[in-house]
Ligand binder design. Structure first.
Ligand code: DLL
Length: 443
């Protein structure tokens, strides 16, 4: 097991390092980024003063809208000529947010991803199959550089072309697979369709993230592939993957790379910091980035923090699994629920497969949510053809009741046949807004 000394430092040592680095960062952004100089001046914040971590609350927040306003290079803290790489966030509409990296930033990023892979079980000399997309998305190249830094043999397969991926897994015998949970599940199921046994591959660990997923989904993937799957978190605005990762020993909260990022959880309405254990919006301040430092960046992701020492020996703060993005929270008749909570509850029914979509429809003046989920292949085959209709309706009622009791929501349910819901090769699309589709108005 490879543990960096910072990961087992005392909380006082970690805080003292963060404090020193925070002061440097605030001074740098004040000097080099007009956007931050203006914000600091408006807030009456003087970066020269002896800044303590408790003074973080005096610092202004940065939002995605701020980054968009600065598109593409407005928030850089170094001249463009010092950049060696650009990435962009995977936003679905409008201009993306662009992130620049200096050589030093890429080295730091590779270092934390190497540490992350080791935390999740990877070891030098082993083969890592990297099925995250390569390109402007940070997943592919982020894991790639970290894997090489750790001394692993890196297979830059990227997403898609699933049958070919399977052939290479058989031939190269990797021990670690990286990809979104939905895509890794897709790979495992395609193996089954090809008559192969996913549990019999050489794979031992999975480093899965970039999209919300539930504990139930983890269990399904781990069982199918006979691997240990650790959750990895990150976002382009902060660096990319590697901001936090679960340890393979405990799989209980994601260890934050606290020597490079300062984490807070705030109430998204009042913007007040929340106590450890309370769910709220994650906020990150970068402590060592050169090109694109961010101060109190509001991620829009919901999680909680825990600073208790982990049984794996690490002392770095852990964040809970991401429940979802604030923007993705669904409101069903006044009850707020994240798609991942629906997933968790739905997958407890053994008749259902982990393939689903939530359709948002307009019925007269009401917004209505419909959960479409596939029945498992085994269950589908076992149903007598004459009784299929009744059996499916019965399952739909059972699912509806389960959602009502565990998530407190009343939602329409549609059970669909196997393989009728599109498979993902990257981030899965879970919620589909069909409110403007013709025919959905007068139902
Ligand atoms: O998704 C970086 C990444 C790549 C993380 C590979 C992990 C593995 P973006 O495309 O900028 O960057 O998207 C960031 O994805 O704000 C979250 O909403 C979501 N996200 C990332 N990791 C997780 C996770 C990459 N483990 C956005 N669980 C973030 C849930 C996640 N959501």
């Amino acid at each position: 097991m490879i543990i960096d000394s910072i990961e087992t430092a005392t909380r006082t040592e970690i805080r003292s390092l963060q404090q020193k680095r925070l002061k440097k960062t605030t001074e740098r952004v004040y000097q080099h980024v007009p956007f931050y100089r203006k914000k600091f001046n408006e807030n009456g914040f003087n970066p020269e003063r002896n800044l303590g971590l408790n003074d973080m609350v005096d610092l202004p927040f940065t939002t995605k809208a701020d980054l968009r306003k600065g598109y593409p290079f407005g928030l850089l803290a170094v001249p463009k000529t010092e950049l060696v790489r650009l990435h962009a966030s995977s936003g679905t509409s409008g201009k993306p947010t662009v992130v620049g990296y200096t050589k030093h930033d890429i080295e730091m990023w590779s270092e934390i991803v190497a540490r992350s892979i080791a935390t999740a079980g990877g070891e030098p000399g082993e083969i890592l199959h990297n099925a995250y997309g390569y390109g402007l998305f940070t997943g592919g190249l982020g894991l790639h550089y970290g894997s090489e830094r750790l001394g692993m043999v890196t297979v830059p397969i990227s997403g898609g072309n699933t049958q070919r991926q399977i052939m290479l897994i058989e031939d190269f015998q990797p021990t670690v697979i990286c990809g979104t949970p939905s895509y890794v599940l897709n790979i495992a199921e395609t193996m089954e369709e090809m008559g192969k046994k996913p549990a019999a591959t050489s794979l031992r660990y999975g480093i899965l993230g970039a999209e919300p997923w539930s504990e139930e989904m983890r269990r399904k993937i781990e069982e199918k592939l006979a691997i240990k799957a650790c959750d990895i978190y990150g976002l382009s605005e902060v660096i990319g993957p590697g901001v936090a990762i679960e340890c393979h020993e405990e799989q209980n909260g994601l260890h934050i790379a606290e020597d490079h990022f300062y984490a807070e959880v705030i109430d998204p309405e009042t913007l007040e910091p929340l106590a450890d254990g309370d769910d709220g919006e994650l906020v990150f301040t970068s402590l060592t980035k050169e090109a694109f430092p961010v101060i109190r960046y509001r991620t829009g992701d919901v999680a909680s923090l825990n600073k208790e020492k982990c049984r794996c020996g690490r002392t770095t703060a852990r964040m809970s699994r991401i429940k979802g993005r604030i923007d993705d929270m669904l409101n069903v008749n006044g009850v707020n629920v994240f798609p991942s909570e629906i997933e968790h509850s739905m997958l407890k029914m053994k008749e259902l497969a982990p393939h689903y979509q939530i359709h948002m429809l307009q019925k007269r003046s009401f917004k209505v949510l419909e959960l479409h989920v596939e029945i498992t292949e085994e269950c589908f085959k076992a149903i007598d053809f004459d009784l299929a209709h009744d059996k499916i309706r019965q399952l739909e009622r059972k699912l509806k009741a389960a959602l009502k009791s565990s998530c407190l929501i009343a939602m329409d349910t549609v059970i669909r046949e196997p393989k009728s819901i599109p498979r993902s090769e990257g981030k899965a699309l879970r919620v589909i807004d069909r409110r403007n589709e013709q025919g959905n108005f007068a139902l």
